[in-house]
Ligand binder design. Structure first.
Ligand code: SF4
Length: 280
């Protein structure tokens, strides 16, 4: 049986700090936080074994509410801090929590290179198609034609897919869920945290306040119901034509492959160099 919300709240929240939280009622960030906590509980990790690093944005607040080792860093840099932590102490389970703007605009290069390097990290990217906290500007995942504060006549750039970018860049594990599919989200996070190498879980979320309102998508419940309608599994999606997939969200595991892990490789060459220096 999954742990109750009450049990998760008592175990993991920093009750005396940062509450009430800043998220709008109905924001998908809370669902992602619940999914992360359920995954950590099932993995039976001690609080001190886990590090949560975030950048800036609504999602960036998540670690400040949670009683783990946490770092709230600068915009787009969650993965750089996570990299440093992992290299300093490879035994830690390091999770970077980012939004779409944070991970794929200012932090886009870090995402690509963390995947290419195959660091043993988990990246959770909450994709709500907009910069929510700073007032609703378009991000790299804002759909073409959408209205935002920086595209009041409709967005003229095309969105890219975060998960497919991560697959192409070489991540070991890549998966996608939506906040409607909360149980799937926590299973995917659990799989990602267990996977050696760089693991990315993209979770499509609702920002009904900045994105939904401007694009007449209704309230939080309407947006969640739309995710339910739009979702197709990876298996079903593989049988569909490109045109049929245009407005769909493919959910499930997109890539799961065993590749040399950067932290292991680093240890190996360090030992090799030491042996050489000592004439062994
Ligand atoms: S602005 Fe959007 S992403 Fe930010 S808390 Fe509100 S609903 Fe959530």
């Amino acid at each position: 049986m999954p742990p109750s919300i009450q049990a998760l709240t008592h175990t993991y929240f920093r009750h005396n700090k940062r509450f009430p939280h800043v998220w709008c009622p109905g924001c998908g960030n809370g669902i992602v936080m619940g999914a992360l906590l359920r995954a950590i509980t099932r993995l039976e990790l001690e609080k001190d074994e886990v590090v949560l690093a975030s950048g800036i944005g609504c999602s960036g607040r998540m670690p400040t509410y949670l009683d783990f080792n946490t770092l709230h860093t600068t915009h787009g840099r969650a993965l750089t801090f996570a990299t440093g932590i992992k290299l300093a102490n490879p035994a830690l389970d390091v999770v970077a929590i980012m939004g779409d703007g944070d991970a794929t605009a200012i932090g886009g290069n870090h995402l690509i290179h963390a995947a290419r390097r195959n660091l043993n990290l988990t990246a959770i990217i909450i994709n709500n198609s907009i910069y929510g906290m700073t007032g609703g500007q378009y991000s790299p995942t804002t759909p073409f034609g959408s209205t935002t504060t920086t595209s009041v006549y409709g967005h003229i750039e095309h969105a890219f897919s975060i998960a497919e970018l991560a697959v192409t860049a070489g991540a070991s594990f890549v998966a996608r869920s939506t906040v409607y599919h909360a149980a799937l989200a926590d299973q995917l996070i659990e799989q990602a945290m267990m996977k050696p190498g760089f693991a990315v879980v993209e979770i499509i979320s609702n920002c009904h306040v900045q994105y939904g309102r401007r694009n007449k998508l209704g309230n939080a419940v309407d947006m969640l119901n739309a995710f339910k309608e739009q979702a197709v599994t990876v298996k079903k999606g593989s049988t569909m034509e490109e045109d049929e997939l245009r407005d769909k969200i493919t959910i499930g595991v997109l890539a799961d492959r065993d590749l040399p892990v950067s932290t292991d490789e680093y240890k190996r060459i360090r030992e090799q160099a030491r042996s050489k220096r000592e004439g062994k």
